[in-house]
Design a binder for this molecule. Structure first.
Ligand SMILES: [Zn+2]
Length: 334
């Protein structure tokens, strides 16, 4: 009882309750004292001499007014203690010092309050926290010319390594496989525009090139209900006037795996050796040999402490109309 009372007294919550109960008990005992005095006085005024003597004898007995008043003090203390215990017992214990307090056991079964016909709440997706590439080792893997038939397999591999990549899509292929584009976006990858049909934009008028990019963007918008966040021109070729007029950043690359040329899984895997922190790696997910090389590349780079991020994440805040990555224009390329 005493340790419990001690802890009760140390809770802010119960301290207020104790104060309240003491005040109540004080008021109560005050009223009782007054009532008793009044009662005794009125009795003494109308009593006979013998009764008065008897009452005077009573003085000194345990029933006289002083003794009774002190008994009321004791009663007051008992009342306040009891009130504290009763009220504190009814409330929720808030004291952090209540070390030996055992919370009541949870009910064995919680009865559902939602009617069974109600639609289940959609699962909340956790917001990804991208690594800080100014401190951590980051690499941006990029896959061009898709989506293609090998892309779903690539998405599985990337998911196994929690790797994020950037896909530079051909509008024509987006129109054929909008579901794959949606899967790319849903998996947290970045979507870039790689023109409508892989024609050299630098050999077109600015108006024609912009129209080509817009056509591809419309297909992307239709597939994923949002625009591409980057542009990568086919062959990395872009007239400076077109680059300046674009309302998205231009992303080239800093490591070319030449996967499109070798079509050799082992050679593509080996290109991971060229990677330095901050690199943007160029690959093509339309080739099976490339998709087969990705697991080994991810394994090698992960062992070296690399984080696989999107192009926007590796650049930080890319600006519209600015080119990132050194890029190349391989003349022999598609
Ligand atoms: Zn391309």
């Amino acid at each position: 009882m005493l340790p419990l009372l001690f802890k009760v007294r140390h809770s802010h919550y119960t301290r207020s309750l104790r104060l309240l109960s003491l005040t109540t008990a004080e008021a109560f005992s005050g009223i009782m004292r007054k009532a008793l005095r009044h009662s005794l006085r009125s009795r003494f005024a109308n009593i006979s001499a013998s009764t008065a003597r008897w009452l005077r004898k009573l003085k000194g007995s345990p029933w006289n007014m002083e003794v009774m008043t002190s008994r009321f003090t004791a009663l007051r203390l008992s009342l306040s203690t009891a009130l504290v215990l009763v009220i504190a017992g009814c409330g929720t214990p808030l004291s952090e010092n209540w070390s030996d307090y055992t919370p009541p056991a949870a009910p064995a079964q919680i009865i559902a309050t939602t009617p069974p016909s109600a639609a289940p709440e959609p699962e909340k997706k956790l917001e990804r926290v991208a690594p800080d590439c100014s401190i951590e080792k980051c690499v941006a893997l990029t896959f061009d010319d898709g989506p293609g038939s090998h892309t779903p397999e690539l998405l599985k591999v990337l998911a196994q390594y929690d790797a994020k990549a950037t896909f530079f899509l051909i509008g024509e292929n987006v129109a054929k496989h909008p579901d794959i584009v949606k899967a790319e976006l849903d998996a947290g990858h970045e979507i870039g525009n790689h023109s409508w049909a892989h024609k050299d934009l630098s050999k077109m008028s600015v108006t024609a090139a912009k129209k080509d990019l817009q056509k591809s963007d419309d297909a992307i918008q239709k597939a994923i209900e949002q625009k591409a966040t980057l542009v990568r021109p086919p062959f990395g070729a872009l007239a400076p006037s077109l680059k300046k007029s674009l309302d998205v950043p231009v992303a080239l690359w800093s490591v070319d795996t030449l996967d499109w040329k070798t079509r050799d899984t082992k050679k593509t895997e080996k290109s991971a050796e060229k990677v330095k922190p901050g690199d943007i790696v160029l690959m093509h997910d339309i080739h099976e040999s490339t998709v087969k090389a990705v697991p080994e590349m991810l394994k090698t780079l992960k062992a070296q402490g690399y984080h696989f991020v999107t192009v926007t994440e590796i650049i930080g805040k890319p600006k519209d109309g600015i080119g990132y990555g050194t890029g190349q224009s391989p003349a022999t390329k598609k």
